[in-house]
Ligand binder design. Structure first.
Ligand code: R5P
Length: 295
């Protein structure tokens, strides 16, 4: 196998190559004076090609470079080409919320398929169902709940694992099961008369408990900060936050810490000051498993 790293994904690609004892190749990258990207795959793969590209900001550029790298690899090998995309961008635009909108994640997945990518590994994609809907080839969605739970084992007293909304409840449940803890989700209600937004837990009181709020993405930090302030105001003893993808636009971490969160923890799908959990071991396991299916 040969592992290829795109511009911003060298760390994870190197970890994968080291773990499976295979060759690592950095895809050549340049910027033309007008801002267009140039990439070149300088070496042909020996066996299957594994192309690692995490699509965090500058997102559109990263996506286009991935498209070009798949096209380039496809032209020089008959062997299997596998994409490892730890952070799949545009995954939150998974349906048409308003008429006339695109399903952006469909555009990304369908284009990768059309360009000839044979299989795909993603980490904790926002809505896993899009892989069955818009990606017609083998895939693995790597989950990191066990790693998140392991990080917090022994640190929380009388823990309650919370999802910031009902859609994220499954993630909270999976982490809670690993920690033998309770879980719940927050509910946002808007007063129809005053317009005031109220947030509360669905079932379980937070009073006196250590709360761990788990989400897939922290971007502006707004969702997590509101959730943290809410549970602290309702008597939580302390609040911790974890996410898989620390997209963290400028100012997000300050917002989180100023909302009273004790510690923020994320994986390294997007490098950040809080990326303390490596997704490499779980990704390597998924890759070995996927190879058995596609070879
Ligand atoms: C939304 O569905 C996601 O799961 C996250 O809750 C959301 O993307 C977080 O965004 P932000 O940090 O900007 O509130």
């Amino acid at each position: 196998m040969t592992v290829y790293a795109l511009e911003n994904s060298y760390g994870i690609a190197a970890g994968i190559a080291r773990s499976i004892g295979d060759k690592l190749v950095q895809v050549e990258y340049k910027l033309f004076p007008d801002g267009e990207s140039y990439i070149r795959v300088q070496q042909r793969p020996e066996g299957p090609a594994v192309l690692v590209a995490s699509l965090y900001p500058n997102t559109d550029k990263r996506i286009f470079e991935l498209f070009m790298a798949v096209e380039a690899l496809r032209a020089i090998t008959q062997d299997v080409v596998i994409g490892v995309v730890p952070y799949m961008a545009y995954a939150r635009q998974d349906r048409r919320f308003l008429d006339g909108e695109p399903i952006s994640v469909k555009v990304v997945l369908k284009t990768l398929e059309t360009l000839g990518l044979d299989a795909l590994i993603v980490v904790d994609i926002h809505k896993p169902a899009v892989l069955d809907e818009y990606w017609g080839k083998p895939y693995r969605n790597v989950l990191v709940d066990k790693q998140v739970a392991d990080y917090f084992k022994g640190k929380l007293s009388n823990p309650l694992i919370l999802a910031p909304d009902a859609g994220a409840l499954e993630r909270a449940k999976r982490v809670a099961e690993q920690l033998n803890a309770d879980y719940d989700h927050l509910v946002k209600e808007r007063d129809r008369v005053t317009g005031e937004v109220r947030v509360s837990t669905k079932e379980i009181s937070v009073t006196g408990r250590d709360i761990l709020i788990v989400d897939d993405i922290i971007s502006t930090g707004g969702t997590m900060a509101l959730a943290a302030k809410t549970v602290l105001a309702q008597g939580a003893r302390s609040v911790y936050a974890s996410c898989t993808h620390a997209v963290m636009v400028k100012g997000a971490l300050d917002l989180l810490l100023s909302s009273g969160i004790q510690e923020v923890v994320a994986t390294d799908t997007v490098p950040s000051p809080v990326s303390k959990i490596s997704v490499t071991p779980a990704t390597v396991e998924a890759l070995k498993d996927l190879l058995e299916e596609v070879l």
